[in-house]
Design a protein around this ligand. Structure first.
Ligand code: FUB
Ligand code: ZN
Length: 671
């Protein structure tokens, strides 16, 4: 395992209002947030989309506020749909103020405020359905998870608008939670059944400066997995009422409560729970300069990304209980790889990169964002994948089978709708992943065309980036500063998949691939420190950096221990994983074989899927000619026919109607 160094000060993200994204690849998704997702999800929250799963979310608030009659409907954590919607709205408002949208958000916040109980408690499920049972089922009740999303939304809204009403609502609730939970006698010594509040409390601490919030986050993290398992003890109490029958025979690994967090070395259990917890561990490691906790984060990260992650950045391979299984168990046609889990992976990786100044974490973040997260949303923004398989045979995704969780087409909404609003808040906050900064250096993580301004070394610095990463790999960055300003620096992430590159500063070479391959891929060649190429002493008022990343399409193999992928090839270009779709290549895609040593032809197709680079190459297909008699098994020769194949980026699969899809293709070895 590599040694991780805890830097005293972590790198900062740039406020979203200071970044404007104008990227050909990303904008078609990002613009959907304001134009489509937010209005669409608002209609969903109000149950006004015909044919879509009912949300009941806003109605639950009305009932809890005493303004409507009826019973609570939906999942126990239905309130989080509104919270994540508000969080996305906050980011959008921060980037582009909009009075009407702000008015709608304010109205929703007021409704949430009216649904809050006298003592600060806020949760429509328990308020309406089981007021006497608050905090009696931490394992399944999601009260702390829901509170966490509410807190995150309120902090984001405060930071975007400066308004404090929502922040005060969640502070009252957080204060109540601080009274209820903690180490003192008479307090509850439990912790959340679904992590999320821990990272939210740290955000709340950062926004308000109130230490008790960070202390409670630390308590929750430190307490988990110690002594008798809290959830198993809770089940024995008279007040316990089961909510989810599938949790019977509870496996404490499911909620990462099997061991104290510092002793956990493998990524276990429910993937979203795990990564949200790791985020809080990373935050606390930085906040408290806790090396032991950071070491645990590093160990868990390595286990996850080196043995339990898909090539697409998906995690949580089991269709049952949305969980991690064992090392190298990465099935392609029945996996879960929940969109939220990849979002959590990106949130964790971002924190690790900020804390350690190590760009390799951003390699994984980029992989998750460009592949699984984007695959979660249709190109029109109106339907979504919750589960992200790497191989689909639509007819075979049948209910009451091991593939019933695989939906061969994106859904307009879900009964449990955690993923779509999570995608919205992630797309709206992309700026937080793109750049980091310290006093005098700007870190460029993701190459996304944008304009940005930020104070570096005491002077306002304008940055203009033009990137064509997913096509030609060319990037141009212009920095403009005051004449005579103090020198500043740039740290450019050199992505792990780039085998050759050159960087020119005002026409002069500032870095290239002259370094030995091993050193460079380890991210430590001269000039490269942990995957960042540092350019220091930038003094001129105008500086131009030209980067040429060589990003040809390439075949990638998996470690042979990944049984599902042994003897197979996947196709990538830059950060993008590619796939075959039935519409371009016909059906029965597993009957296709390809060989690695061949020319791959790329073409930018303006009219296809909103403009994508496609890759075409030669393949062989098993023919069925000798099987016309309908035999199922026989001693027959395999006969192949030549075929020309066309691959498209994985994230945009299933945007041209239903059909088969395949990422890992069988390799044809020369005989
Ligand atoms: O339990 C809340 C959310 O619902 C989880 O994070 C998702 O995996 C889904 O089960
Ligand atoms: Zn989800």
């Amino acid at each position: 395992m590599k040694e991780i160094k805890l830097e005293k000060d972590s790198l900062k993200t740039i406020p979203l209002r200071q970044i404007r994204i104008h990227d050909r690849f990303w904008n078609r998704y990002i613009r959907l947030v304001k134009d489509v997702l937010i209005p669409y999800q608002w209609e969903i929250l109000n149950d006004r989309i015909e044919g879509a799963e009912m949300s009941h979310c806003i109605q639950n608030y009305r009932i809890a506020a005493g303004e409507a009659d009826g019973d609570f409907e939906g999942a126990v954590f239905q309130d989080t749909d509104a919270a994540k919607w508000l969080e996305a709205v906050a980011y959008v408002l921060e980037i582009s103020p909009d009075k009407d949208l702000e008015r709608l958000a304010d109205k929703t916040i007021k409704l949430i405020g009216r649904a809050q109980c006298e003592d600060g408690y806020l949760n429509t499920y328990f308020t309406i359905k089981a007021p006497g049972l608050r905090w009696t089922n931490l394992k399944e009740g999601h009260e702390l998870y829901t509170a966490g999303h509410m807190i995150e939304a309120a902090v984001a809204y405060y930071e975007a608008t400066g308004k404090t009403e929502f922040l005060h609502i969640v502070e009252r609730f957080a204060d109540l939670i601080c009274q209820i939970f903690g180490p003192e006698d008479g307090q509850c010594h439990g912790y959340p059944g679904h992590q999320e509040i821990e990272l939210a409390l740290i955000r709340l601490y950062r926004a308000t400066g109130k230490k008790r919030y960070a202390e409670l986050a630390k308590y929750f993290i430190d307490q988990r997995g110690t002594g008798e398992n809290y959830f198993l003890e809770e089940e024995k109490k008279d007040t316990y009422r089961q909510i989810f029958p599938e949790f019977a025979g509870y496996d404490t690994k499911y909620s990462q409560s099997h061991l104290p967090v510092r002793e956990q070395t493998t990524a276990e259990g429910h993937a979203v729970r795990a990564v949200y917890m790791y985020c809080a561990m990373a935050d606390l490691a930085q906040l408290n300069q806790d090396r032991g906790l950071l070491r645990a984060c590093g160990t868990l990260w390595e286990d996850m990304v080196r043995r339990r992650m898909y090539i697409t950045g998906g995690i949580g391979s089991s269709g049952i209980l949305e969980r991690f299984t064992t090392d190298y168990d990465l099935p392609n046609n029945c996996n879960y790889s929940e969109t939220c889990a990849s979002i959590g992976l990106a949130l964790f990786g971002r924190r690790m990169a900020q804390i350690t100044k190590d760009a390799s974490y951003m390699d994984v973040v980029e992989r998750a964002l460009y592949n699984t997260v984007l695959s979660g949303i249709a190109m029109d923004g109106k339907s979504f994948f919750y589960v992200n398989p790497l191989e689909v045979w639509p007819d075979n995704c049948m209910e009451r089978t091991s593939k019933e969780h695989i939906k061969p087409v994106r859904q307009t909404w879900f009964g449990v709708a955690c993923c779509p609003p999570n995608i919205a808040r992630t797309l709206a906050s992309m700026g937080q992943y793109m750049y980091f900064a310290d006093e005098d250096t700007l870190y460029v993580n993701l190459y996304i065309s944008s304009s940005m301004s930020f104070e570096l070394a005491g002077d306002e610095t304008e940055v203009e980036m033009e990137s064509d990463l997913t096509n030609t790999g060319r990037v141009k960055i212009r920095m403009t500063r005051r004449e005579g300003a103090e020198a500043c620096g740039l740290a450019l992430r050199i992505p792990d998949y780039v085998r050759e590159y050159s960087v020119r500063l005002d026409g002069e070479t500032a870095g290239d691939t002259a370094e030995p391959e091993e050193a460079r891929t380890a991210g430590n060649a001269p000039g490269l420190v942990k995957g960042y190429l540092y350019i220091e002493g930038i003094r001129k008022a105008e500086t131009e950096i030209e980067i040429d990343f060589h990003v040809p399409p390439r075949f990638v193999r998996a470690n042979p221990k990944v049984r599902e992928d042994a003897g197979k090839l996947a196709l990538m270009k830059g950060p993008l994983v590619y796939c075959l779709e039935e519409t371009d290549n016909g059906g029965n895609l597993p009957a296709i074989f390809v060989s690695a040593g061949q020319e791959l032809e790329e073409q930018y197709e303006e009219e296809l899927l909103g403009g994508v680079t496609t890759i075409s190459f030669k393949g062989k297909r098993l023919t069925e000619d000798a099987w016309e008699d309908g035999a199922l098994y026989a001693e027959r020769r395999a006969a192949f026919e030549d075929t020309r194949l066309k691959a498209v980026p994985y994230h945009c699969w299933n945007n041209r109607g239903p059909g088969e899809m395949l990422v890992w293709m069988k390799e044809l070895f020369p005989v």
